[in-house]
Design a protein around this ligand. Sequence first.
Ligand code: ZN
Length: 426
Amino acid sequence: MRVSKPALIKALRPAHRASLFSSASLVCDPFPLVDCAPDASSSEVTERALREALKIADYLCETVHYVKSVPFSVGNSVTVNGVVSTTLLPPTLYDGVPGIGLFIAYCYKVTGHEHFLDYARRAHKLVRNLARSRDYLASCGAFSGYTGLIYVDLHLSKLLGSMPIIRDPTVKSRIQALLDQADLTFDVISGSAGVLIVLARWLLMERDTSVRRLARTAASALAKLRERDIWDRLVDRGRMLGGIAHGTAGVAWALAEWLQIEDSAEHRELLDIAFRHQISFERTFGKWIDARDGKLNSFWCHGAAGIGLAADRISKLLTVENSKAVVESTIEAVLDERNCESHCLCHGTLGNADLLLQAGRIEAARELARTVLDAATREGAWRFGLGSARISYGLMCGLAGIGFGLLRIAIPTQIPSVLTLDGPVG
Ligand SMILES: [Zn+2]
């Protein structure tokens, strides 16, 4: 249907007006600050974490805008050019409403509060509309790509009681088309490794031959890395990357998940090659190099916490040489770092705490959470992943992820890890 320009302008007017208000609020609104004094015991840390997580969720619900019942938010995020700017949040798990909706839906699971349910339902509707559309996401990966929507839908369908959209043939053909792209990337964030993990999550819940075929296509795409004998789509400024988000730890992890679905000597060999490549970034025990700048790095996206989470998953699924030693070395790196510049999940302290949680070091994870809560109390603000002054609402760099991390610290058995793309719990 063609829409005339005046009609389009009229239809968009509420969104533009709300955007202006929202942009202004980024400058002058107070946002949820920690108002409780530092405590001594770990049970008090979990109580504080839960309280602050729910306060963040309340704030996100209060500040969201709706256009024809569809939620949207304005905030700082990284644009396709890599520039941080104030904009409508993108339709992604990484820093858009789908990721915020995932956090709010788990707050509903924990509290049963109606306003969380209302937000979660509307976010779910948006996720489904986006998944059926051809127009929004050009990449396929699990955080900034199309299968991030499928991942959110797996959770929201379970929490809200509906059929997962992955059963829809339109969705399957959309995944196939994205995997067939000539400029397909291979990483977890935006490429075929992310697709493989999300589809493996679904296949562990339900046997589905057409989804299995798609997963095989994603695994075969990773095998092309070997054919070229160069990790040419995992490079940054001429350097081959390690790490979970864009590098070989993420590729090895994806293959380990796939090998639970389908055994393959070729993919097992590729996993070993990718994991050995990742290990080459360890300088000494507890010291992991970020190939982008050659500096030591402890956080999830390009550093020790993500490498450790990948190695932890791999070691629990398969016998892979040195995988357990890598987990111990990366835990050492995280404990040594203690307090990152940011509190966020992607490259901050709460992302690092997830490695400790998953490795069973619960008290150490709570200690990291305590440093976050104490710093926020002292400084009167959370530290976001785009620079502390750049208020961010999204899951990986912003407020929703800080809330999600705190919620997981409070009740880890009920809240799955988004950093290892865990499936729905229970
Ligand atoms: Zn990051």
